[in-house]
Design a protein around this ligand. Structure first.
Ligand code: PAF
Length: 291
């Protein structure tokens, strides 16, 4: 596995692979790799021949009061993890200077997907998705993959990127990988490392709340009010959990729904704080049709 740090190197690898008729797959990450990322890389290995894992903590997607400085940077360990797994062929780990030569604040071009970014995390993290779509389009232009792999864990990010690719006719297939969970249901996330033992003990409440609402939908509940109240009640039983949002939205448009339609794809989504640590989780599902 080779480390690439410059845009020129990444372009050269992609160009050579394409010239040799090999499929290039990109897995964009911010590092601090865990089982969730490894599932993406595993899928990437099944999708193509040259698997580039980008590791870049992108400054433009963090708000001024967010954890950009504190975000774990563990490049050597990440490379070792990928080497052990044996599916990645390249790590693309550019510096901030390489990606934003005049500094992130001097960037004058932003890729912005509207409406889909007005709800859920977009509503509470202004500018976050502009940072994500801008850096992902930079990465797609640099690595020029046939396929890019993203996790369902960041459901809004996935929907926004799918929409960007569709609207801009970008020549890449987006492949989604289901959320990887701990044995107690907690979704794997780099931010889980910030949790205290007491917070960690209460963290499965997120998946418990989402699962209870999903079960209610499977059993025929079509009103959103009772679903949200059910999730609120479960989260209220975990005193260290401070919900930021608890929502039921249309899975494609990410717009809030009041009454579910049979056959509709929906997303049950929560964001909570444990102290300063913010965790998100979701369950996508199709509302059953009555027979
Ligand atoms: O999901 C992430 O880790 C980031 O948002 C991404 C897609 C790598 C862009 O920086």
């Amino acid at each position: 596995m080779e480390r690439l740090t410059t845009i020129a190197e990444a372009r050269a690898v992609s160009r050579a692979a394409r010239a040799a008729d090999r499929r290039v797959v990109l897995v964009p990450t911010m590092g601090a790799l865990h089982e969730g990322h490894l599932a993406l890389v595993e899928q990437a290995g099944d999708e193509g021949d040259v698997v580039v894992v980008s590791i870049f903590v992108n400054p433009t997607q963090f708000g001024p009061d967010e954890d950009y400085e504190a975000y774990p940077r563990t490049l050597e360990t990440d490379e070792e993890t990928l080497r052990r797994q044996g599916r990645a062929t390249h790590v693309f780990a550019p510096t901030v200077q390489e990606m934003y030569p005049d500094g992130p604040a001097a960037q004058r071009t932003t890729v912005s997907v509207n409406q889909l970014t007005d709800t859920l995390c977009g509503a509470v993290r202004p500018g976050h998705f502009d940072g994500v779509t801008t850096v992902v389009s930079m990465l797609l232009h640099i690595v020029q993959p046939h396929v890019a792999v993203f996790g369902q864990k960041d459901a809004q990010q996935l929907a926004v990127i799918r929409r960007m690719v569709r609207d801009l006719h970008l020549p890449v297939d987006i492949v989604a990988v289901p959320t990887v969970r701990e044995s107690d249901g907690l979704a794997r996330s780099s931010r889980n490392a910030y949790l205290t033992p007491e917070e960690r003990a209460q963290a499965p409440a997120l998946y418990e709340a989402l699962s209870a609402a999903a079960t209610a939908v499977q059993q025929g509940e079509l009103q959103v009010g009772p679903l949200v109240r059910r999730m609120q009640a479960i989260l209220a039983d975990a005193p260290l959990v401070h919900p930021q949002y608890i929502e039921v939205v249309d899975a494609r448009e990410l717009s809030p729904v009041e009454r579910l339609q049979p056959g509709q794809r929906i997303l049950l989504a929560v964001a909570v704080y444990f102290g300063d640590t913010r965790l998100i989780d979701n369950i996508p599902l199709t509302v059953p049709t009555r027979t």
